[in-house]
Write a protein that binds this ligand. Sequence first.
Ligand SMILES: O=C(O)CCC(=O)C(=O)O
Ligand SMILES: [Fe+2]
Length: 304
Amino acid sequence: MDIPVVDFSTYDPASAGAIEALARQVKAALGETGFMTVINSGVDEAAISGVFARSSAFFRRDSAFKERFLYRDAGENFGYQGLGMESLEPGKPGDLKESFTLRLNKNAPFADERWPSAEFRDTVTAFYGECTAAANRMLHVMASAFALAPDYFSSTVGGENVALRLLRYPGGQAVEEGGEQYGAGAHTDYGILTLLFQRDVGGLEVQDQQGNWQAVPCVPGAVVINTGDLMEHWTNGRFRSTLHRVRPMTTSRERYSVAFFVDPDSATLVDALPACVDAANPLRYAPITAGEHIRRKLERTHNH
Ligand SMILES: O=C(O)CCC(=O)C(=O)O
Ligand SMILES: [Fe+2]
């Protein structure tokens, strides 16, 4: 399975032709694998490097420091989780990763003491803005793939359930290849769309339609995009929410990644688009409220 590469340099909201051409490529990619590699996403390379630098500076600190910012609960979805504190595949041993997850709720901002530093907060806030703008361009194209208004999906994303996550998969993990414990256990993402930034250490794998795991390559400067469960619901399965996982880092190399999860506001009722339901594609999913789905998945994966 090849992950299709889509070049967003031609994105022009004023050109119906440009949007249609992109929509055809996005529809093919998300319909086939649920994943695509986007080049020229518009996210500034200096901003990407800046957030990775901030991430490694934070994770290099000792546990006592990092644990001052511990994740509390799925409701707020904010803070530091150490090795093993999450199992993305519920019931499996904890993931061999550490993470800092953050939301930026404009109405109820997190207090200063919840942030490792003001500089950290400012860097991730700026990056969150870059990701939001890029996600909105992609959501525009995805909406046009179904002849919907440009803001059909983006208008449901006020930020309440959007999360940015810094991830580190430490090297030297003494686990067997093919064992039960992964860097990140097999899972599907919860919302509409995920933007994933990686550097030169890979490990992400996607399950193809035959059930085989395929490596996702690291393309310099590119963003890996995948659709989540709620998008699969919305499109009645046309856009797939594909299982993926991260291999355990058994050599001395460590993997860093940054994920931006674009999820609709809690009250959004996600119901299959009429254009995606017909005799050949009968309705597959009952309507679901976004908040309920996201919260249930977060709660199932958090190891207390
Ligand atoms: O770090 C990665 O490459 C993937 C992370 C991921 O799939 C997730 O956090 O949902
Ligand atoms: Fe994921």
